[in-house]
Write a protein that binds this ligand. Structure first.
Ligand code: TXA
Ligand code: MG
Length: 325
């Protein structure tokens, strides 16, 4: 099978045996396939194929200095690519498959494209928790590099429709598995130093991690970034809708649209009328996409409790509200 970038429209594949086989064949041929995970849709390519990985950066407009997460079908595959310390092994046992990415020292003979690691001596690994993603990974049989399937700097996609809105014509296919259950990107913990370091918050909270390791962790989860110039992780605007955001708003001012949480009167969208943080996490990016589509100039956002997955929601909202360049 010959792969020709951008020569034809993006296929929408059904979440069945034929769709899974087609997705795996495209990956084998060096193609780009978006697929659903429990967090957000990822834009996958064979992590060992330099040209395929280069196409990910081109399709997203992503700076080449920003490394990619490698997705695996099973935890047992991790040892082929990275040094799995006892601490890493414990966290894999506790949270994989699931929304946790572990940054580990690369192992000699890892075989990954240097573009995946962006020249760093580490690799981010994750085993996603949806049967569809794991079927594709199993059928393909190798490591799949996959950033979120959005143009760099935009909101991550939680439906196949979002993927097509951002990347149609730039990728080969999207496997349509419906909306993502978690809806926020994975928690990222760097285990390459002496003490675990939290780079990004997600559905697995800092407390969940320290409870599992029984030790301490540095970092506040604000170290991650999509367009980082220096280290993987230090910049301002990210996850940005077109509209401006005003956070911790009790009501919409004239000309604003209210993104509510709990009992918010007059909300254009409500992340969770019952005040359920998990439901709010699953709805956040889709709600921002819809308010953008309605032409919102400024989105006023109700206060969200800063606990558990609420910390990840507030993190994404702060990034979306940060100064744009
Ligand atoms: O939930 C997720 O993690 C989704 C799904 C598709 O798995 N993926 C995702 O990828 O959010 P991306 O590329 O949008 O965000 C990954 C973040 C980037 O900020 C990148 O800098 C960081 O992970 N990262 C990847 N490899 C790293 C490494 N070796 N060291 C430090 N940071 C790393
Ligand atoms: Mg991203």
């Amino acid at each position: 099978m010959e792969h020709i970038a951008n020569a034809q429209p993006t296929d929408r594949l059904a979440p069945d045996a034929a769709g899974i086989a087609h997705a795996a064949a495209l990956l084998q041929a060096g193609g780009l396939v978006a697929f659903p995970t429990e967090t957000v849709y990822g834009l996958g390519a064979d992590a060992r194929n330099d040209a395929a990985v280069a196409r990910i950066y081109a399709a997203k407009g992503r700076p080449s200095v920003n490394p990619l997460i490698v997705h695996l079908a099973t935890p047992a595959q991790a040892a082929a690519f990275a040094h799995v310390t006892p601490l890493a092994d414990g966290l894999m046992g506790a949270f994989w498959p699931g929304p946790l990415t572990l940054v580990l020292p690369l192992r000699d003979g890892h075989g990954l494209s240097d573009r995946v690691t962006a020249g760093h001596g580490t690799v981010g690994l994750r085993v996603p928790d949806t049967p569809l993603a794991r079927s594709v990974l199993e059928t393909f049989g190798g490591p799949v590099a996959a950033p979120s399937a959005n143009p760099s700097g935009r909101i991550s996609p939680t439906t196949a429709e979002h993927v097509l809105q951002g990347l149609a014509g730039r990728i080969d296919a999207v496997l349509d598995g419906g909306p993502c259950a978690v809806g926020l990107e994975s928690t990222i913990v760097d285990l390459s130093g002496e003490t675990p370091h939290l780079l990004r918050t997600g559905a697995v909270s800092a407390n969940d991690i320290t409870a599992a390791t029984g030790g301490s962790m540095t970092g506040d989860g604000r170290g991650e970034e999509d367009t980082a110039p220096s280290a993987p992780g230090q910049m301002t605007s990210h996850y940005a809708p077109r509209a401006a955001l005003r956070l911790n708003a009790t009501r919409a001012r004239p000309g604003e649209m209210l993104l509510g949480f709990g009992a918010s009167a007059g909300a254009a969208e409500n992340l969770s009328p019952s005040g359920d943080l998990r439901e709010a996490g699953a709805n956040l990016f889709a709600a921002l996409h819809r308010l953008d589509a309605q032409g919102a100039q400024t989105i006023a956002v109700s206060p969200i409790p800063d606990q558990g997955i609420g910390r990840a929601l507030n993190d994404r909202l702060r990034r979306a509200a940060a100064p744009r360049r």
